[in-house]
Every structure is written in structure tokens, then in C-alpha cells.
Design a protein around this ligand. Structure first.
Ligand SMILES: Cc1cc2nc3c(=O)[nH]c(=O)nc-3n(C[C@H](O)[C@H](O)[C@H](O)COP(=O)(O)OP(=O)(O)OC[C@H]3O[C@@H](n4cnc5c(N)ncnc54)[C@H](O)[C@@H]3O)c2cc1C
Length: 477
């Protein structure tokens, strides 16, 4: 294909978060001009704090980086193979976090912002898009995320005649490292797991006795909560992101089996005494000056957070850099509204990407931005792109969003809900492994591990073939 066969129209991308930034990088990388529209800092969201592109609004973790055994680790690997800017920026700004890939959030955002700013084919326009894009924008990616500004959200709702659902996501508090009492707390990763970029001692652990734990749970249940706004009432929590006080309300033991589980850790200050519960804090910035309390998303009022979290041994003098909070989320009923290339059936010039499509998480949002970018670039070149293999993490997630999930059990309400990547989304293996290389039978968890590893091997090999057969050919045309 020659340049004259390319559309001279730029691709307009609305929203420069995780998905929009990655999409812009992919489109520009294919030689197509991009206008990237971002409303910050002129207009902020409830969770963003900076003008930086691809700002991480909560945790600084991209979760497991283990491509052989973990679905999100596999998604990392696939994105790296596709030249992902988000993964490059994450790798460049990695901080130690046991088995996880965590990043210095400011460095990460700065790397993405600079790469996009410096790209000769990308123009960044700092303005809110308050309505449906003008009719002469023929190739558009909407990647405005879970906190899409209200005027645009309403315009999209009117166009689709479909209520975008709203539910709660949650922010865990961040405390200053030097305010944590290390004569009580200690550094250790669960089971001393080293992981990528870690040391085996990456988390700060705070031990609790049974009386301390019981009093803590009572305080959480009784603590003063923020009021719901009118639009927030009657919306369900996403189960993977429950506020800590809601977990406490579900029963006194719930937290001990969730974020406060006391397993795989030994208190060096008192090695013979087993803690009844343990609170973990994870490094939040490169300097190591900030730590977030793992799993402590909350809608407690700020005063109640300080009072209750300071009853945790080791945090009695904790200074909070950021309190926990709760925010709405917006996503489409994508299996119904979008086609297999993420285009709105009602108006195919509009393509959606990121959390708005019903994926969940930084990495997943960026990966859907990546594929939306490849599709938009193919459209601009007047080519069609064969979908990524359904056996890959990228293809599995895309399949879930664009039709893989439609449940009609009992003709009840539709059940499409945001989803993290997981091996449950992958097509099953034709011949699941049953034996070890030495010929002996696989048993119990060995079988599960072997199955995950076989799914990963299949995914990467199929993705490599797809890249060679379809993307390299397109790039060369
Ligand atoms: C409070 C909260 C906490 C979360 N915590 C986590 C977490 O810890 N880990 C995790 O993996 N995921 C988390 N998520 C989920 C999700 O993965 C992230 O929100 C992720 O950033 C989504 O990527 P995105 O690109 O779809 O949206 P975003 O990254 O939010 O990007 C959307 C961009 O669009 C801009 N924008 C919005 N409306 C307009 C408009 N009308 N015109 C122009 N620009 C606009 C916004 O300013 C923003 O920059 C959280 C979500 C929320 C809301």
C-alpha cells in the first residue's frame, strides 16, 4: 500500500488515559496522524490529580508479571511483543513489589507523556469533548474511561439508547514510610517471594493480636462513612473491589481470610508468636517514601480513616499522603452495542477502548486501547485486520467484551460485568496435559499449573504467528 492509499484524515482519540495513550502510540506507529484529546488539566475527574497522560488513579501495580503461570503476566508479554508504550513505560519505571510489576506512578506517567508529546504524528489537544464527535471525524476512538465526563457520557447514552451502568471502584489510603513504626512492623513478602524486580522483602507488615483485630473490625463497622450521592444509590459494588468496611460487615472472620490474612509471614520482632491478622503495605513510589495499605479501599470519612487505621500496630503515628475513597465507574453493555472490532454498531465511525468497554484494570484497559489502535490504523489504510487469535490473552479479552459473554439464564437481567483477564476466558486446550515430562501422572494442583502453562505457550505461539502473518504484512504494504 502506498501513502496515497492511506486516508489523510487523522484518527481522533478522546481520552489520554491508559487506553487512549496506548491507542495513539499504535496508530502513530502505523504511520497515521493522530489528534489526542484530553480534558485534564482544564477539567479534572474525581480521581485524577495531575495533568499527566496515563495517570494511575489508585494502586501502582500492574499485578503479576509471570507470563508462564498468570493471565495478566501473559497479557504483559503479549503487549510487549506488540510494541506497547504502556508496558515500555512500566518496565522503565518499575519499583520492587514481590511477585508483581509495580511502577513509580509519576515516572510512569512522565514517560508516556513525553513519548506521545515527542511523536511527530501525534497532536495533543487539551480540551474536553462535551458532545458526540463532529460528523467529519470519520475514524474516532473513545477512551474516556470509568470517569467519563458527564456531558459526553450522556451523549453516548442517548446515542446507544442503553443505560451505561455505574458501580463503585475504590482507592486505598497511602501513608508516608517514615511515619511507620518499624520496631513493630517488618519487611517481608508473603512466602518470601522474590518476583520481578523484588527482593523477597518488599512489603511492610503490621501484626495484630485477636483483641486488636476484633476491636478493629468493630470500629470499621461502626465508623462514619461518606454519604452516597444521588446517582450512586442502588448501584452494586464490583466484588473484586469491596470497601474494607463492607468486607468487615460480612462477618468478623472475612478480613482474616482476605487482605489481612496472616499466612506466609513471620514477625522477626516476635518469631514464636503467630499474628492473628496482618495488614500489608506496598511501596507506592520509586523513592520508597510512600506505601499504600493493600486492599484497604474504603468509603470511611477521612477523620474515621485516620482514627481507625492508626489503631493498626505500627501505624499508630501514620501520616496519610492520600486517604481512601470511592468513585463511580461507567461502562457499556459492549456485547450488545459493539461489533467484533469495538465499533459502535449504531455509528461505526466511533470505536471504544479501555474500561468503558467493560474490561477491568490498567493493563486490560491499555490492551484494549492497543487493539483498538491497530484496528483504527487498518481502517485508515483501507485494509482489514484479521482479529488476534482467540487463544491469546488479547483475543480472549476482546472476545469477552465483544460477544463472548452473553448470559440468558432464566431470562433475567443481562449479566455483562467488568472483567479482569483470567484463564477462564481462554478457549480450553484440545489435549490438556496429564503427564509430567518424565511420564508420571500429574496430580491435583500440578494439573492446574501444567494447564495454565500450556495455555500460555499456546497463546504466545499463536500470537507470534498472527503478528508475522498479519501485522508485519500490513506494515510492509
Ligand atoms: C477510582 C478508581 C480506582 C481504580 N483503581 C484501579 C487499580 O488500582 N488498579 C487497576 O488495575 N485498575 C483500577 N481502576 C480501573 C481502571 O483500570 C482504571 O481506571 C484505568 O485507568 C482505565 O483506563 P482507561 O484508559 O479506560 O481510562 P482512564 O485511564 O481513566 O483515562 C480516561 C481519560 O479520559 C479523559 N476524559 C474523560 N472524559 C473526557 C472528555 N469528555 N473529553 C476529553 N477527555 C476526557 C480523562 O481525563 C482520562 O485521562 C480504577 C478505577 C477507578 C475509577
Amino acid at each position: 500500500m502506498t501513502d496515497t492509499q492511506r486516508s489523510s484524515e487523522p484518527v481522533h482519540i478522546i481520552g489520554a488515559g491508559l487506553a487512549g495513550s496506548e491507542a495513539a502510540w499504535q496508530v502513530a506507529g502505523a504511520g497515521i496522524p493522530v489528534v489526542l484529546h484530553e480534558m485534564r488539566p482544564t477539567r479534572m475527574t474525581e480521581a485524577h490529580r495531575t495533568p499527566g497522560l496515563a495517570e494511575l488513579v489508585c494502586s501502582n501495580s500492574f499485578r503479576s508479571d509471570d507470563a508462564a503461570n498468570n493471565a495478566v503476566g501473559l497479557l504483559h508479554a503479549e503487549m510487549r511483543r506488540l510494541g506497547s508504550l504502556i508496558m515500555r513505560a512500566a518496565d522503565t519505571n518499575q519499583v520492587p513489589a514481590g511477585g508483581a510489576l509495580a511502577v513509580d506512578r509519576e515516572g510512569f506517567s512522565a514517560t508516556v507523556t513525553k513519548a506521545l508529546h515527542d511523536h511527530p504524528l501525534i497532536k495533543i489537544d487539551r480540551a474536553e469533548i462535551r458532545n458526540l464527535p463532529p460528523a467529519d471525524w470519520s475514524n474516532v476512538i473513545v477512551a474516556t474511561g470509568p470517569l467519563t465526563s458527564q456531558p459526553l457520557a450522556e451523549a453516548i447514552r442517548d446515542l446507544t439508547d442503553e443505560n451505561a451502568l455505574a458501580f463503585f471502584d475504590a482507592i486505598a489510603p497511602i501513608v508516608h514510610r517514615d511515619s511507620i513504626d518499624m520496631s513493630v512492623a517488618w519487611f517481608q513478602s508473603r512466602y518470601d517471594k522474590v518476583g520481578p524486580g523484588g527482593t523477597g522483602a518488599d512489603y511492610i507488615n503490621c501484626p495484630m493480636t485477636k483483641p486488636q483485630y476484633d476491636a478493629f473490625v468493630d470500629a470499621l463497622v461502626a465508623g462514619e462513612k461518606t454519604d452516597f450521592k444521588e446517582w450512586e444509590t442502588n448501584t452494586p459494588y464490583f466484588d473484586g473491589c469491596l470497601p474494607i468496611e463492607v468486607m468487615a460487615e460480612r462477618g468478623p472472620e472475612t478480613l482474616r481470610h482476605g487482605p489481612m490474612k496472616p499466612v506466609g509471614l513471620t514477625n522477626p520482632h516476635d518469631p514464636t508468636v503467630k499474628a492473628y491478622a496482618i495488614v500489608q503495605l506496598r511501596q507506592d513510589n520509586k523513592l520508597g517514601t510512600l506505601y499504600n495499605i493493600v486492599g484497604f479501599q474504603t468509603k470511611l470519612k477521612h477523620g474515621a480513616q485516620q482514627r481507625i487505621f492508626r489503631t493498626i500496630p505500627g501505624l499508630q503515628n501514620a501520616e496519610f499522603a492520600r486517604h481512601g475513597g470511592l468513585h463511580r465507574n461507567t461502562f457499556l453493555n459492549s456485547p450488545k452495542l459493539l461489533d467484533s472490532q469495538l465499533r459502535l454498531r449504531a455509528q461505526p465511525r466511533l470505536r471504544f477502548a479501555g474500561q468503558m468497554t467493560g474490561c477491568e484494570g490498567y493493563v486490560e484497559s491499555a490492551s484494549i486501547g492497543l487493539i483498538a489502535g491497530l484496528y483504527a490504523a487498518a481502517d485508515a489504510r483501507l485494509q482489514s485486520l484479521t482479529p488476534p487469535p482467540s487463544t491469546s490473552a488479547l483475543g480472549s479479552l476482546l472476545g469477552h467484551i465483544t460477544g463472548g459473554h452473553i448470559e440468558t439464564i432464566d431470562a433475567g437481567p443481562r449479566s455483562f460485568q467488568p472483567m479482569n483477564i483470567n484463564f477462564g476466558l481462554f478457549p480450553p486446550l484440545a489435549h490438556p496435559p496429564t503427564r509430567k515430562p518424565d511420564g508420571t501422572r500429574l496430580r491435583g494442583t500440578e494439573k492446574t499449573v501444567a494447564k495454565k502453562q500450556a495455555l500460555s505457550v499456546r497463546a504466545l505461539s499463536d500470537l507470534d504467528r498472527w503478528i508475522a502473518d498479519h501485522l508485519r504484512v500490513a506494515a510492509a504494504a
